[in-house]
Design a protein around this ligand. Structure first.
Ligand SMILES: C[S@@+](CC[C@H](N)C(=O)[O-])C[C@H]1O[C@@H](n2cnc3c(N)ncnc32)[C@H](O)[C@@H]1O
Length: 305
């Protein structure tokens, strides 16, 4: 690639986060008009509720589907056990998503269909006849996904999440947990129970940037995993490569959380996960295709307890 082309790509890369913020800013008047139309005055008058409604419109309607489209080429293979050292590979190198799953920050359900796809791919691989079996059926192929708890405290996203569950035909499998992960074990906050040590897999896609007190809550979530359980991540993290990228990211982070629903750019999520407890295996890295000018670098991979 020519120097001019590389310089131009880097320039666009630096601009991209500002475009993201601008699109979010332009979404705010639409959210305000919608709330006025729907006579939701209490939400308009509460800054935190307005921010939730705004984020929900921005993510569910605009940003999320684009991000999902670009990230699916990594995230779906990751959950199929076909990612290692930040790269997607043809062969399965790790166990696929299975059993009881907790999806942290399910949002508007942009990833819900993948549970169905993964189960179907696995059924196809395992046995042609099994293809017709449903996710969660008792006559399951090896390691079906039996239950998904989609944790999502922002109720504005629930109608879309519910619709995504229905579209995927996963009503019997996927349950919305309407609280933050910090309240997962609080029986007064929701009418279900997830026992510690009972979860086979945790999936977190671009959400550990938004949870409160990540050190405490990630340590807490770790305890929900069974021995041998797996935590699949696709998260963005703090820049660690050069001083100018670190400085640039910190500058962006002055504005970012106000426009992107409280999302924080400079979290050391991989480190926090590594320190959450003992892991038998960690296969997590920056996606290989990400360039040096990535102001929102990611980590992709699996922690095995
Ligand atoms: C950037 S969105 C990502 C949503 C979804 N994973 C996706 O990729 O489309 C982050 C999500 O985390 C959720 N979130 C915020 N605080 C949370 C908490 N305490 N526990 C669980 N999820 C939370 C937000 O409501 C939001 O839906």
């Amino acid at each position: 690639m020519s120097l001019v082309r590389r310089t131009f790509d880097a320039f666009l890369g630096f601009l991209f986060p500002w475009n993201f913020l601008l699109v979010s800013a332009l979404c705010l008047p639409k959210t305000i008009l919608r709330l006025l139309r729907e006579r939701k005055f209490a939400e308009l008058l509460s800054p935190s509720r307005l921010q939730e409604a705004w984020f929900s419109d921005f993510w569910g309607g605009i940003a999320g589907p684009n991000i999902r489209r670009d990230a699916a080429v990594r995230v779906i293979p990751l959950l199929q056990g076909r990612a290692t050292k930040g790269a997607v590979v043809d062969e399965q190198v790790a166990p696929a998503l299975a059993g009881t799953v907790v999806e942290v920050g399910a949002g508007s359900g942009l990833w819900v269909d993948m549970y169905k796809d993964i189960a179907e791919v696995r059924a196809e691989e395992s046995d042609g006849a099994a293809r017709r079996r449903k996710v969660g059926s008792s006559a399951a192929v090896d390691g079906p996904i039996t239950r998904v708890y989609g944790i999502e405290p922002n109720v504005n996203q629930h109608p879309a999440l519910r619709q995504a569950i229905a579209n995927a035909g996963l009503e019997d499998v996927y349950r919305i947990v309407p609280v933050g992960i910090e309240d997962l074990d609080d029986a007064t906050r929701w009418d279900g129970l997830v026992e510690k040590g009972s979860v086979d897999c945790i999936v977190s896609i671009l959400c550990l940037c938004s949870i409160p007190d990540p050190e405490k809550n990630i340590r807490e979530l770790y305890q929900y995993l069974k021995k041998g359980g797996r935590w699949y991540i696709y998260e963005h993290v703090r820049c660690e490569n050069t001083w100018y990228m670190k400085a640039y990211q910190r500058f962006l982070n002055v504005f970012w959380p106000h426009f992107i629903g409280g999302c924080l750019l400079c979290r050391q999520t991989e480190k926090t996960l590594r320190e959450a407890g003992p892991w038998e295996k960690i296969d997590v890295a920056q996606p290989v295709a990400e360039p040096w000018y990535q102001a929102v670098p990611h980590r992709l991979g699996v922690f095995t307890k």
